[in-house]
Design a protein around this ligand. Structure first.
Ligand code: NBP
Length: 473
């Protein structure tokens, strides 16, 4: 029997769809899953009638593949990935290539690249985005590792990836764990945008008194604009419109207000803190999920802690025109999420020697992935014009947006504050923008205090050198 071109380990939502994608693109495949009954089910169901076979153990799986073997692991990140690597390694031979398509922590990938390459195997840590549909129809993929390993699978990935007007949504990201680092930051940006849209929904519901379909209409409007047209706005509209078949009411209103997380948002923020990158909008979205999970405490606190009554005096602007004031706030917070994520990538690229290509990253995010949006075309263009751009918001198109929309954002945040409504991403974006555009911040006083209690010294604006003052005589 002829050997398969491609092997897939892990028949979860992602693995199942990715192997169907590979097969559709002409790569005969063999699949392995820890629980064999899932393999059998898959082969009888979606995998039937296709060039896909199943293996009940890893030796049979490896033996079924042509050499050098190309094996994609789509299993839970962390211990499960290490377990698969340990279990399969004894059967691999020189030149074989393992690809981890899960959401691994980038430092785990750094370690695995070194360990596996020491054994003369290739190892690619690849971020995959697009959910189940993207995995099947064409995801965005962020592969990192040794360039020669990438070259060995490029033809496969290029066919499997989403396609946009200027090419496939996959490119070689860089060495080591860079692919998983870029995917982590992608997810951090995703956290930000999801929270921003949730805040906009809350304001439309509680301040403007709109129902689900009215809010969805505004989302539909936004989705036609250059600034907000995106997959996340599109699915927000769908989520808001969906009705419970039992009673015809909005399903979204029946969902428990606790948002889950699997780690990538946290890793984005931890990396930013470690690298000294400023990502307050993304951090606010992570904290929003943390606060949401404290449901029982919040229920109790609502009875004890008072707040102002909701003020309905603000006019967000006509619903037919997409509520321009609210749109100002959502556009700027969305831009800030991208700007902060890209800035983190820029800093990490230097710190970790990843040599990230910012225009290429924006390009592969334009299709297939969860944060795909029309804005990415402008982000790509901004970095093509100026590859060493220190912050996206300094690009002329983006700075014009900030200058036009900042008063709107401020009014929306002020309205939320007056009404006692939490808008963590919108308000931290306002602080971020106001800090970033301020040449002289009040941290001179912080430095004075540090010098006063700890003799930490300070620099002066009027002369060179390092100074210390005896502040308390
Ligand atoms: P899951 O994250 O739910 O993982 C399920 C797979 O992991 C199953 O095949 C399971 O085998 C296998 N597995 C586990 Br759990 N522990 C294992 C172990 N110790 N040894 C071998 N296999 C083990 O599936 P998923 O949602 O398809 O995600 C796969 C990867 O892709 C994850 O890293 C995820 O973070 C990432 N990802 C997911 C999405 C998404 O939208 N879901 C998007 C992008 C990336 P079993 O059947 O025997 O339990």
């Amino acid at each position: 029997m002829s050997k398969a071109h491609f092997g897939l380990i892990g028949l979860g939502v992602m693995g199942e769809n990715l192997v169907l994608n590979a097969e559709r693109n002409g790569f005969s495949s063999v699949v392995y899953n820890r629980t064999y009954s899932k393999t059998e089910e898959f082969l009888k169901g979606r995998g039937s009638g296709k060039s896909i076979t199943g293996a009940s153990d890893l030796k049979e799986f490896v033996d079924s593949l042509e050499r050098p073997r190309r094996i994609l692991m789509m299993v839970k990140a962390g211990k499960a990935t290490d377990a698969v690597i340990n279990n399969i390694s004894p059967y691999l031979e020189e030149g074989d290539l393992l690809i981890d398509g899960g959401n691994s922590e980038f430092r785990d990938t750094e370690r695995r690249v070194l360990e596996l390459e020491r054994k003369s195997f290739g190892y690619i840590g690849m971020g995959v985005s697009g959910g189940a549909k993207g995995a099947l129809e064409g995801p965005s993929m962020m592969p990192g590792g040794t360039k020669s390993s990438y070259d060995a699978i490029e033809s496969l990935l290029v066919k499997m990836a989403a396609q946009v007007e200027d090419g496939p949504c996959v490119t070689y990201i860089g060495p080591g764990g860079s692919g998983h680092f870029v995917k982590t930051v992608h997810n951090g940006i995703e956290y930000g945008i999801e929270q921003i849209l949730a805040e906009a929904y809350d304001l439309m519901k509680r301040v403007a008194g709109m129902n689900g379909d009215q809010i969805a209409d505004v989302m539909a409007y936004w989705n036609k604009t250059e600034e907000l047209c995106s997959y996340l706005v599109e699915i927000t509209e769908a989520c808001l419109r969906a009705k419970d078949q039992n009673d015809g009411t909005y399903i979204v209103e029946k969902i428990m207000d606790k948002a889950g997380q699997k780690g990538t948002g946290l890793w984005t923020v931890v990396s930013a803190l470690e690298l000294g990158a400023s990502v307050p909008t993304i951090y606010a979205s992570l904290n929003g999920r943390v606060m949401s999970s404290m449901k029982s405490q919040r229920v109790q606190a609502e009875k004890i802690l008072d707040g102002p009554a909701i003020s309905h005096s603000i006019d967000f602007g006509s619903q037919l025109n997409g509520m321009p004031l609210l749109m100002d706030a959502v556009v700027l917070a969305t831009m800030a999420s991208y700007a902060q994520g890209m800035d983190l990538l820029r800093i990490a690229s230097v710190e970790y020697n990843y040599d990230l290509k910012m225009p290429a990253i924006a390009q592969i995010w334009k299709g297939g992935c969860i944060i795909r949006s029309r804005l990415l075309k402008h982000i790509q263009f901004a970095y093509e014009q100026n590859p060493s751009l220190s912050n996206l918001l300094l690009d002329s198109w983006f700075s014009e947006q900030v200058n036009d929309r900042l008063p709107g954002l401020a009014k929306v945040v002020a309205c939320a504050a007056k009404s006692g409504l939490p808008v963590p991403c919108l308000s931290s974006t306002l602080d971020y923008l106001n800090s970033y555009r301020t040449a002289r911040l009040p941290q001179n006083l912080v430095q004075a205090m540090r010098d006063c209690f700890g003799s930490h010294t300070y620099e002066r604006v009027d002369m060179e050198g390092t100074f210390h003052t005896e502040w308390i005589k």
